[in-house]
Design a protein around this ligand. Structure first.
Ligand SMILES: [Zn+2]
Length: 373
């Protein structure tokens, strides 16, 4: 959420999949029991053939995913009709969440805890998302897919195609993916910004999926970004919620350094609103200033060494260090830092470190080096 992220170029595919979720709910509303024929009438032959093939799959893991999915649909058909209709209406309401991020009156209406019907519907919707791990065959899509199957990795690829930087840094913390836990080769995981366990209606929404580093994804876990949770006790109004596509943190908040503690912190760029509850939640979920403190001090250490070395060189040559010379030394040190940053990708903390130094401490640095004799 720190940086702006463009939606993946597979929005149409994801919307098509949401269409299948909708049809499954519609099937459950219209039927009081499961039948292959009735399911075919609503979902189409290709879809049901694919589900049946999955059910009969020789791999237990694959078989289990399809079996659970179908059993949950069967259970959903048996629920009270009014509640099933409610689920469908709430599903539609929540699909519009992104267009309502500026709307203080919008509420997510699908509440997983309200009825058993909602719990079962959640399992159906999330079960459908889980099928993305196995992959949807091209026969269900009007799109061409490279190897004929649409999987999670295609969503990550879709983000890479629309965000050049995402190959190198995590959009949430600015960290290099290579530094993260190697759960998969690239260190990416697909984060549901609104967790799928609490917001199952938007578990396939293209504007609710963000590729993130393992570190960020596992920190936040399944916590609610707007309602009070174990990590973040505040309620966040939607118009003040950070969102990587709509309202990235870096457009609203600056990283600041207080030398007295010493400590990094986030500060709103221009109030109102002061984004304090949103900043606190963001901090609680991802802990970025504290994770960056090491980086910050490393940058500082490198600059310090660079400058000291240059000053020693000037003195050895018997040259007087003028303000002009010192400025040159800083320039060279910054160039070297740029190379470091380029390699390590901590662009955001490095940029703010520079700003902070330029504003507050280069002058002090200059004086202290001169007085060293
Ligand atoms: Zn990250």
């Amino acid at each position: 959420m720190l940086h702006k992220v463009n939606p993946p170029d597979c929005q149409a595919e994801l919307n098509e999949l949401i269409g299948y979720q909708r049809k499954v709910l519609q099937f459950a509303v219209r039927n009081t029991a499961y039948s292959d024929q009735g399911f075919r009438a609503v979902m189409g032959n290709d879809f049901v053939d694919w589900i049946n093939k999955g059910w009969n799959h020789s791999l237990r893991r694959v078989h289990r995913v399809f079996r659970t999915f179908l059993q949950n649909i069967q259970m959903l058909t048996k629920q009270p009709r009014l509640e099933k209709e409610q689920v469908l209406t709430q599903f539609e309401n929540d699909q519009d969440y992104f267009d309502n991020l500026d709307n203080p009156h919008f509420v997510f209406s699908f509440d997983v805890n309200s009825k058993q019907t909602h719990e079962i519907a959640r399992d159906v919707l999330v079960g459908f998302y889980n099928l993305l791990g196995i992959g949807f065959p091209q026969v269900l899509f009007p799109f061409s897919i490279e190897d004929g199957i649409f999987r999670k990795i295609n969503v990550v690829e879709g983000f890479k195609n629309t965000n050049a930087f995402i190959q190198y840094v995590c959009p949430c913390c600015d960290n290099n993916f290579a530094d993260t836990i190697r759960a998969n080769i690239e260190g990416y995981t697909l984060e549901h910004y609104f967790p799928k366990s609490l917001y199952p209606a938007i578990c396939l929404h293209p504007l609710n999926l963000i590729p993130m580093c393992e570190g960020c994804n596992s920190r936040k876990s399944d916590d609610d970004p707007i309602r009070p949770s174990a990590l973040a006790p505040a309620t966040i109004p939607l118009p003040e919620l950070f969102h990587p596509i709509k309202r990235p943190v870096s457009t609203k908040v600056n990283l600041v350094f207080s030398s007295r503690k010493p400590k990094l912190d986030f500060k709103a760029i221009y109030p109102p609103p002061d984004y304090r509850p949103s900043i606190d939640s963001y901090d609680a979920f991802y802990g970025i200033p504290s994770r960056w403190e090491n980086v910050w001090f490393r940058i500082e250490g490198r600059m310090d060494r660079c400058i000291k070395q240059a000053i020693r060189y000037f003195k050895m040559q018997g040259k007087i260090i003028t303000q002009e010379n010192f400025n040159y030394i800083i320039e060279v040190a910054l160039e070297e830092l740029q190379i470091e940053i380029g390699r390590e990708q901590f662009a955001y903390p490095a940029f703010h470190w520079l700003n902070w130094q330029l504003k507050t401490s280069f002058e002090n640095l200059y004086c202290s080096y001169l007085s060293e004799g």
